[in-house]
Design a binder for this molecule. Sequence first.
Ligand code: DMJ
Length: 488
Amino acid sequence: MPRRSMLTLLGSAGLTTLAARMAAAEPSPPGSSPSAPPPGGSRSAGVPDPRPESAPPASWRAVAEDVRRETRFAWRSYVDKAFGHDQIKPVSGGFEEFFVDGHPMGLTIVEALDTLWVMELDRELAQGLAWVRRNLRFDVDASFQVFETNIRMLGGLLSGYHCTRERRLLELAADIGERLLVAFTKSPTGIPYRFVNLRTGAVSGPETNLAETGTYITEFGYLSQLTGDRRFYDAAKRAFQVTFERRTPLDLLPYAIHAETGEFLNRTATIGPPADSFYEYLQEGSTLFGDADLKHWYDVLTAAIMAHQPDTVDGRLWFAQVDAYTGEVVSRTQSELASFYAGLLGQAGDLRHGRAYHDSWNAVQDRYGVLPEGIDYTTLAATSKGNQLRPEFADSAFSLWLATGNEVFRRRAFTHYQQMKTTSRARYGYTILDDVTTNPPTQGDFCPGYWWSEQLKYYWLIFGDARRFDYAHNYLSTEGNIFRGARR
Ligand code: DMJ
């Protein structure tokens, strides 16, 4: 947030009222016991001791300034060691490309543009913009993953344009949007292929999934608004409609789908990957563009999710993976990426379940310090022990804080930030962790592009009172890109 993202349309009076309501009525998920066990109450062998939630700092502004300092440190390392390459390797000082081996696209720069702008790191922003003007071209004879290119490159260019009004960013956005659109128009169903050759328009990868077919409407819709060309919005919406119309009799969606036949390729429904941002973009698209169809589709699918997937264990709310035709539970593991869903529920108005689900993930943060990539939620044991420098928990904290004003979410984001500094800081920036269960956690050597677009920005916005951000009216995409809310 997913992930995930965004927005409140509440003014400060609304924030106060909601915060008071939340404080008065601590939510508990359906079927939960009235007194949940303390965090770590059902700890299994080999799992680290729980860590207490951080006390609030003396000055939130000082924390925000610290975030800004760390961003500048990481940016300088990137410029020094890897400028123009997609991603830095912060331990060794090397680099790697994300889209095509041997072909740098400046991914980190594009992802960082609006973050640098909103942090008022204008010198660093100028360096990034100069690189983009001089070097970024999309006439590349190679296959690009449509989903990643959309949320990262198109989204990064659009948010960069929204913040800076730099004309070249919009030209590049329109160019890449046109090249990605082919993945939709060449599909007999309108469900996009997974890959497109940016130069030739050759498409490939018809076996796809919900996240990769339904995470376009906010980038494509914004591009349609800026260019006056409806084709982008219409293509993204059609892919949603075709998928929605094929839902099972339970109103659930299996996550794997074939772009050419429209047939589902499996039976499992999940709110996590590879479905997650499909639901996010239905909700956010409906709000952003006032589209009643999108809202209806979101409501129908969410009602089914809430009827069949909630699973309460030890008083904690989780979302099981279920058979989309029978509702039978098929897995009680949960990806860290699913933690975005707490924020999505909150921004869609279901604060009770949003809070409850965030509480569940907070218990995981208490236990491990840094969330592992995957857990068995019946024991909280790590089923996948790394952490790819993930933003979802902080994203949800930001969304729920915006929606409620409740300080508990800001403190959780503060813990997230402190843990990241303690475990992921390296000589040349911030890196992924290979194992969060060792003491200290084992570092890998890679900084994903989304880190520049997501958690740095969430931290800055939630800890500081950012002058360049409109806290009442805003929109952040699944990649954390700002499409609404820049205060110039
Ligand atoms: C980001 O690229 C986006 O949030 C995407 O929707 C899924 N998650 C990653 C970061 O974990």
